[in-house]
Design a protein around this ligand. Structure first.
Ligand SMILES: [Zn+2]
Length: 237
């Protein structure tokens, strides 16, 4: 899928949206839209805005860490896996700067999970203002709580051992300190296919959008396995 839309700049970094992101969001919000209730649709729109903002902050985490190590960002892309931060040059070969840059994204989700959870608790403990209907106050508390949970989910998902997720690339960087790069790529690639299968199987409980994640992960990991040289274990007899 190559349809991309220019969405302007954020902190001077161009932001593009791939069509696969729109499909992901449409499938994810389907249960809310199906009810036809205006309040549910408004709630879903606010959740989508919060989710998109969380993904952009995750990618900005990568961009800011990259800038710290002198690696600029060409653009941030929202796609079928959430998002991707495109650096102008390849990631540093040295493992620790590479790992810090990779983990800066999930770190943003960790902060958002804690911050939004605390905001939701605070609102729950406060008296509802007279000018707001009680249901509105409850919904705000619920919205912040759900956004916090979504950030926790994003934190865990991004740490899974699969390409091109941060967890998979961090595992590759860690393995490369001890072993050959081909072995590291093959281990992460095969683990990535298992993660893709897990995503596809979880479709029934998590929702149809998991199929988009499964397909994107399958494509990325199959590509790495196909394009890297022969696995080292093929030479073991
Ligand atoms: Zn990331």
């Amino acid at each position: 899928m190559d349809a991309k839309f220019d969405m302007g700049r954020i902190r001077g970094i161009p932001l593009t949206v791939d069509a696969s992101f729109l499909i992901l969001i449409a499938l994810w919000s389907l249960p809310y839209l199906r009810t036809g209730d205006v309040r549910d649709v408004t709630y879903a729109a606010l959740l989508i805005a919060g989710l998109t903002g969380s993904i952009v902050l995750h990618e900005l985490g990568h961009a800011i860490a990259g800038r710290h190590y002198g690696v600029g960002t060409s653009h941030i892309e929202l796609n079928g896996l959430g998002g991707l931060c495109h650096y102008v040059i390849a990631l540093p070969v040295a493992p620790w700067p590479r790992i810090v840059m990779l983990l800066a994204g999930p770190a943003a989700n960790l902060f958002l999970w804690v911050g939004l959870g605390a905001a939701s608790d605070l609102i729950g403990a406060m008296e509802e203002p007279d000018w707001l209907p009680v249901t509105g106050w409850d919904r705000l508390e619920n919205l912040l709580w759900q956004l916090a949970q979504m950030n926790f989910w994003m934190l865990c998902f991004n740490l899974l051992p699969a390409y091109p997720l941060d967890g998979g690339r961090t595992l590759e960087a860690l393995m490369r300190t001890r072993t050959h790069v081909d072995l590291a790529r093959h281990v992460v690639g095969w683990l990535g296919l298992v993660v893709a299968l897990g995503c596809a199987l979880s479709m029934r409980t998590q929702g149809t959008f998991m199929l988009v994640l499964a397909f994107t992960l399958y494509e990325a990991n199959a590509f790495v396995l196909h394009s890297s040289s022969r696995p080292p274990w093929s030479r073991w007899r």
